[in-house]
Design a protein around this ligand. Structure first.
Ligand SMILES: *Cc1c(COP(=O)(O)O)cnc(C)c1O
Length: 237
């Protein structure tokens, strides 16, 4: 979309969709079972508008101020908006008001605020609990053993639905370890869903590993650079 990314967006999108379809076919899953969330952080609004014109249905953003500006400036039929970045408790309000999904909830305080701040005419906000599947001290997310307790507390909140689990694995894991960690998240989801039937989603997989994640059961893949190109800037909130 910029000079640095010479392949047209529509070709990149077709390629990513074909790879998703192939991974679904390999693992005996329906392609409808996987939602492509196009991660548009750092890219200008015009690129997002073009992406949606090319057939992207879901957009993911990481930084509160950037995300809010983009939603507020949106023209035309809106995509499904996913907030996937770290969220501080003093910044939850616009996310609760404007977004459809939040993938990165890892404590009750944030969940409570999102629920309290969700406008009643919008229907419940879909949230995922972020799980630290790699047990990586540098990563956000709750330990796998603590997910059920947090989910039980969150289940009482009126204006949000705990719709699934999300993970960002440690960097540079080999495929065997990655597969093992994603499969453990799926097993956890399969256990929780018997008590919490809304807890269906598995948000896992990015540009480097979305096919592997789909083979392990991902329902939402968060793909940025494979669609938009390499990011060059890191905006701050
Ligand atoms: C940036 C980001 C992505 C997309 O990463 P790519 O490697 O560019 O596909 C996915 N998930 C989260 C949480 C991110 O912050």
């Amino acid at each position: 979309m910029t000079a640095a990314n010479e392949t047209p967006f529509s070709d990149r999108l077709a390629d990513v969709k074909a790879r998703i379809a192939a991974a679904c076919a390999r693992s005996g899953r329906s392609v409808e079972a996987v939602t492509l969330v196009a991660v548009s952080k750092t890219w200008p609004l015009a690129d997002l508008q073009s992406a949606v014109a090319a057939g992207v249905t879901d957009l993911g953003e990481n930084y509160v101020q950037e995300a809010v500006d983009k939603v507020n400036q949106w023209q035309g039929p809106a995509p499904v908006w996913h907030f996937i970045g770290p969220l501080q408790s003093n910044k939850t309000r616009p996310i609760a008001e404007l977004f459809d999904w939040v993938h990165s909830v890892d404590r009750l305080k944030i969940a409570r605020r999102l629920s309290e701040q969700r406008p009643s005419d919008k229907g419940p906000l879909s949230v995922c609990i972020q799980v630290n599947i790699s047990n990586d001290p540098a990563k956000a997310g709750v330990a796998p053993a603590e997910v059920e307790g947090l989910l039980a507390d969150m289940a009482g909140l009126d204006n949000l639905t705990v719709a699934g689990l999300m993970a960002i694995p440690a960097l540079d894991l080999d495929d065997t370890t990655l597969r093992q960690q994603y499969s453990e998240l799926k097993t956890l989801r399969d256990t929780l869903i018997t008590t919490y039937p809304d807890c269906k989603a598995l948000s896992m997989g990015m540009s480097g590993d979305f096919e592997l994640a789909i083979e392990c059961g991902a329902t939402h893949v968060r793909v940025g650079s494979a669609l938009f190109g390499q990011r060059t800037s890191q905006p701050k909130d």
